[in-house]
Write a protein that binds this ligand. Sequence first.
Ligand code: NAD
Ligand code: LMR
Length: 328
Amino acid sequence: MKAPVRVAVTGAAGQIGYALLFRIAAGDMLGKDQPVILHLLEITPALPALQGVVMELNDCAFPTLAGVVTSDDPNVAFKDVDYALLVGSRPRGPGMERKDLLEANGAIFGPQGKALNDHAKRDVKVLVVGNPANTNALIAQQNAPDLDPKCFTAMVRLDHNRGLSQLAEKTGKHSSDVKKFTIWGNHSSTQYPDLHHTLVDGKPALELVDQSWYEKDFIPTVQQRGAAIIKARGASSAASAASAAIDHIRNWALGTAEGDWVSMGIPSDGSYGIKPGVIFGYPVTVKNGKYEIVQGLAINAFSQAKLDATEKELFEERAAVEHLFAGK
Ligand SMILES: NC(=O)c1ccc[n+]([C@@H]2O[C@H](COP(=O)([O-])OP(=O)(O)OC[C@H]3O[C@@H](n4cnc5c(N)ncnc54)[C@H](O)[C@@H]3O)[C@@H](O)[C@H]2O)c1
Ligand SMILES: O=C(O)C[C@H](O)C(=O)O
C-alpha cells in the first residue's frame, strides 16, 4: 500500500456524493493500492445527513479508506488536499439551462477557490462538477492566485462517455471500441461532440454513419442528454455523473491510454484559436499527472462554427461572473 492521499468532495451528502464516495473509498478512482482520506464538505444543515453517509462508509470496511474528515468550513475541508471534487451546488430542474444556475451557484466557488488557494497542496487537482461547471471552475481558479491555473478543471467527461455510448450503439460495437472522440467547449447545450477524428474499431466513425444522423441525431442527443435524464428521472444524473468524475480524475492522476485521448474542461491557452480566459473542453492526453492538449487536428468549417458558438457562450458566462473574481 502507498501512503494515503487526501481527497476533498463537496456536496458530499447530495445525490452525486452518495454515488461517488463509496467508489472513491473502494479504490476505483486512484487504484486498489492507494489509500484515501476523504475530506467531506457540506453546508451546516446537511451535516447530520452527512454523518449517516460516514457511518455507511465505515460500515463498508474498505481496505483503501484510511480516514474521513467532515466539515462545513472549506478552510478545514481543503487542508492539505491532493484532489478536490467540487460537486456541492444546486442542480437544475426541468426547462432550465445550466447557466440559469450561475446566480445561485457562482457565489459558492469564489470562497472555495480561496480556501483551496490558502490550504490545499500546491499541486492539487481540482475537478468542478457543480453546474455551470466550466464557469464555476473559472470562478474558483480566479480566486486562487497562488495556485497554478492548470490545477482547475471542469467535467465534460459525462458528455464524452455519453457520446461513446451513443456511437457504439449506432455502429453495433462496444463503447471501448470507440477512440479519439472529443467534447469541445462548454458543458452545456452548445458543447460540440466531434466525430471527425473518431475511430470505431479502427475505422473512421464518419465513414460508418451518415452525416445527417451525425448532425440531426447524435449531436443533439449528446447535447441534450442531461435534460432528457432530468425529464425521465425527475432528478439530474447522479450515478453516471459520479462515474464520469472518477474517470476524469483517474485519467488525470494515472494517465490516458496509448493511442487515445479523453475530453477535459481545462484553461484555454489559444489552442485551436480559443482565446485564453475560459475553461474549455479539449481533447487531452495525460502523462505523469500532467495533461496536454492534443494538437494539430484538422478543423473544417462545420466544426469551426460549433467551436465559435461554444466559445462565445463561455465568454458571455465569464462576463456575467467577473465581479466574483478576486480583486474585482
Ligand atoms: N458536470 C456534470 O456533468 C454534472 C453532472 C450531473 C450533475 N452536475 C451538477 O452537480 C451538482 C450537484 O448535483 P446533485 O444531484 O448531487 O445535487 P444535490 O442537490 O443532490 O446535492 C448537492 C449537495 O450540495 C450541497 N451544497 C450546497 N451548497 C454547498 C456548499 N456551499 N458547500 C458544500 N456543499 C454544498 C447540498 O447541501 C447538497 O447536499 C449540480 O449543480 C448538478 O447540476 C454536473
Ligand atoms: O443536465 C444537468 O443539469 C445535469 C448534468 O449537467 C448532466 O449533464 O446530466
